[in-house]
Design a protein around this ligand. Structure first.
Ligand code: NAD
Length: 359
């Protein structure tokens, strides 16, 4: 019996979380769920968007399944997702990108993994608002040290990239490649322009790669070229490792290569804590309609089962998902050729179809 934190989330979160929970139960793996509330619902109930109880529960149980959370619009709200990753130091965001027959996509047989650094870069949240006295002072200081001119009406976002954080994410990517029998790691950067930040990332990647040279092939790619290569020759790639911002953009591009957000799972992993979640958001307009695709959340549960070393259960659940997708009958509207197809089923019905295929 495992004890796992469950964050049901906002919008469509509770529906996809319920679907994933029942699929896990059907694999036979016993989980005692500790449900905690974060996001919009937590804000209404307790005045806090990320209550301490949520962090305490994850720190205690070490593993969480998290449904999407709405970031309230308005001043002072940073994303709960970013805050959670920072508070728990979940430094690696892992997004497997896999083609499943039955899911509409321009490509077949894609199987790559995006490993995104989660703790620094332009996501560090160090920003200075245009017009504020401290921003004006900062601009003066930067001009003094750099000898360059910055427009007075600028806002400033800081991009820190360290040797230590680059080292641990690149090492993570290589270790992941070894563990899951992958052949190549590609480090993605823009070091030709950002020499002192992406430059560190690239130099560190080259150093770490030497330690794995006899087992894993190492390659480098500039991020803009990578974007083009991925839409032209996605089969050339295996594991990609990227700083935070490029990782964010490229992982959505990759989700698009295999059929979009409805089928894209993810994991945020730290040294001894892991939070599993779909790539998609809380899609508020579909909340409570039993309409959206539960696949991304169920595939996130597959990643969680693998992390818990329940390999057979993970395999059985993934195979069941594959069968339902390939048949294309009991699937949600977004997986039908015509989105108005009256034979589309609801979120829970698709989960039930998956359960019926579990061996
Ligand atoms: P979104 O992913 O919620 O929705 C965009 C569109 O994608 C939806 O309108 C829908 O058409 C489609 N879609 C998303 N998930 C789907 C599914 N499971 N099945 C079928 N179609 C699906 O993105 P958004 O509208 O930019 O964001 C809505 C809210 O979600 C925001 O508050 C945002 O901050 C939050 N968000 C949360 C997370 C997270 O919790 N990890 C991630 C992204 C966005």
């Amino acid at each position: 019996m495992y004890k796992v934190t469950l964050i049901p989330g906002d919008g469509i979160g509770p529906e996809v979380a319920a679907a994933a929970k029942k699929c896990i139960a059907a694999t036979g793996v016993k989980i005692e769920w500790e449900e905690v509330i974060a996001g919009e619902r937590a804000l209404k109930e307790s005045g806090e968007i990320l209550p301490k109880k949520v962090l305490d529960s994850i720190k205690k149980n070490k593993v969480a399944l998290k449904a999407p959370i709405t970031t309230p619009i308005g001043e002072g709200f940073r994303s709960v997702n970013v805050a959670l990753r920072q508070a728990l130091d979940l430094y690696a965001c892992v997004r497997p990108v896999k083609s499943y027959p039955g899911v509409k996509s321009p490509f077949k047989n894609i199987d790559l993994v995006v490993v995104r650094e989660n703790s620094e870069d332009l996501y560090a949240g160090i920003e200075f608002e245009e017009g504020k006295p401290e921003t004006k002072n900062l601009i003066k200081e930067i001009e003094k040290y750099s000898g360059k001119t910055i427009r007075k009406d600028s806002g400033i976002s800081i991009k820190p990239i360290s040797i230590s954080a680059s080292d641990r994410i690149i090492r993570f990517a290589f270790e992941y490649a070894l563990k899951f029998n992958r052949k190549k790691v590609t480090a993605v950067h823009k070091a030709n322009i950002m020499k002192f930040t992406d430059g560190i990332f690239l130099k560190t990647a080259r150093e770490v790669a030497k330690e794995y040279a006899d087992k894993v092939v190492f390659e480098e790619a500039i991020v803009d070229n990578m974007a083009m290569q991925l839409v032209q020759k996605p089969h050339n790639y295996d594991v990609l490792v990227l700083p935070n911002l490029y990782g964010d953009i490229i992982s959505d591009l990759c989700a698009g290569l295999v059929g979009g957000l409805g089928v894209a799972p993810g994991a945020n992993i730290g040294s001894d804590i892991a939070v599993f979640e779909a790539v998609h958001g809380s899609a508020p307009k579909y909340a409570g309609k039993n309409k959206v695709n539960p696949t991304a959340m169920i595939l996130s549960a597959v990643l969680m089962l693998r992390y818990l070393k329940e390999g057979q259960a993970a395999e059985n659940l993934e195979n069941a998902v594959k069968k339902v997708l390939a048949e294309g009958k009991s699937v949600t509207y977004d997986l039908k050729t015509n989105r108005d197809d009256p034979t589309a089923v609801g979120t829970q019905e698709m989960a039930d179809a998956i359960i019926s295929k579990i061996k």
